[in-house]
Write a protein that binds this ligand. Sequence first.
Ligand code: NAP
Length: 360
Amino acid sequence: MQKRYNVGVIGATGMVGQRFCSLLANHPWFNVTALAASSRSAGKSYGELMEKRWQLAVPFPENLAELRLFDAEKDKEKLVPLVDFVFCAVDMPKAEIRALEDSYAKLNCPVVSNNSAHRGTPDVPMIVTELNADHAAVIPFQRKRLGTRRGFVAVKSNCSIQNYVPALFPLPDVQDVLVCTYQAISGAGKNFTTWPEMIDNLIPYIGGEEEKSEQEPHKIYGTVKDGVIQNADSPNFTAQCIRVPVSDGHFSAVFVRFAPGKKPTKEFILNAWENYRGPCDSLHLPSAPEKFLRYYPEDNMPQTKLCRDLDKGMAVHIGRLREDSQYDYRFVCLSHNTLLGAAGGAVLMAEQLCAQGYMD
Ligand code: NAP
């Protein structure tokens, strides 16, 4: 019989935290037993706090309404005994996030994080379960550094890379990638009520996003060696990231060049996407999509509104593969930024880590 785990959500009042709560409220493996946020929210019930702040189109999870929020920093000794591990998505300075996450890990409470603070830490795995689940093998080395029996930190990558890297990952010999991303406003923790300036507008700058979109893929493509993730040094990525007036769903236009003499046929690429199986497919994890990579032959697909929520918002939608006059091929990709790209992907990673025994 499947073991059930008690879990906490740190940052439960935020955009990603709300997604966590809606995904976890009726999860088959996880019971939400603790919620935390800043001192501003501490002591209040989740129902009271979210009465005017619930931002998702899905209903508020009423079974969490009575839980009283902890102060994530001051109350950790009270929170940790209530949970087997925590999810974390907070808006704080990076050094403070690293300190917060390490402090939970050192209390022997594993942390599954959506924050970027630890993405560059060499023994912290940055996992997209459908791609590099094997990076969890670095966890015992991190535990040794932290001096913990079971505590560790594992992180998600930035949401922007989770629409184009999955499409590139099954293709061998990729050398150069140029990508333009068109990113939804929920990626900034906003909707059209809280950010009316985005209606009928776009903003050609998202702080730090282009660097993350170019650098983070190298960790996903990396390998576990000598107790750390050794980043790959290819493919080369160059990115422009643009905020667009879309509620949810990050889109990208991708141009790809292969190593000299290694350009595959269009049929090879379509077959690689069609037949791609994630490394954890045989574990039948509850949040895994039925089909991770979905190619649409129609010229006007994939479309954000039509596709982002399909397959629990955990699939990657690809279209318009064609030859390019400067690169070898070009195509477009789409995925849900707060489901696959954030909370959904973190819940899937936690399921993977439970199935592999890292949460026991
Ligand atoms: P958000 O909506 O602004 O929510 C921020 C959360 O952080 C709130 O719960 C807030 O609690 C909490 N917080 C702020 N200061 C705190 C403190 N000192 N101690 C404890 N909790 C504190 O932000 P978000 O969009 O959910 O993003 C959260 C994190 O996820 C960020 O690091 C972001 O980069 C990352 N992320 C976001 C997305 C996305 O698509 N939105 C995707 C990937 C990753 P109060 O309500 O009490 O202030």
